[in-house]
Unconditional design. Sequence first.
Length: 281
Amino acid sequence: MDIVDAHHHLWDRGRFRYSWLQQAPAIDRDYLLHDYESVIASSGVVQSVHVQADVDEQWALQETNWLLSMADGAGPVTAVVGWAPVERQEDLEAFLEKQGDNPRLKGFRRLIQGEEDDGFAAREQVIGGVRRLGAAGFSFDLCIYHHQLSAVIELARQVPDTPLVLDHIGKPDIRGGRLDPWRQQIQELAAMDHVYCKLSGMTTEADFSSWTIDDLRPYAETVIDAFGFSRVMFGSDWPVSTQAVDYGRWIETVGELTSGASVGERDALMRGTATRFYRLG
């Protein structure tokens, strides 16, 4: 089965600065295109979506252009999700103008997970910025922790014309085995048809060294039941995921978690949903 990896990263510390890597020593090294091509060899991955890697803001435009140069080449990266200052609308307009027009640039992400204010996503300025992205033909990736879901639900209600995708199933407390209120909020979010979800980043929300399929199963079942296979897409979150799982094992894990799915449902999860959401050729 052909696979579209809807969420991975590359970073080059010689080109750009990623301050957050200082707190993640296990992955504080370069991860380049040839590294990614090596891990996906024989995996079935035929296309991928590169999602911005939380580069320091002053490098955001350059990082996106670097990635677009790869997406314009012959490798697996065929789409890019860049960074954008959605909460600063004047800056956003100038940023979009500088970014220019490249059909490989499909959407933007501005990390919300690090914001101390759990209501950040529902701020008027953020709503306006995300609405502006939709009007310009872009999607928006939501990277949050579970305790920020209430604000994300409000954001989603206010931007019905901007396609949204929840990264890493909203980062629930898998390590602590806590399902609620995340489960109810996922159902509320999934009731809005313009919101999608990535089945990704789960093992790094569990215990890195001792997670099991049974730890992940209720969370995977929740998002699939809520969104359906037509709005759930596979993502590796490589190389962040390597702290807890290697690439092949994650594909096998997703297969186990969805063992009861039909061929069509598996195809939607592993390829079709991402192809449609990110408008891949």
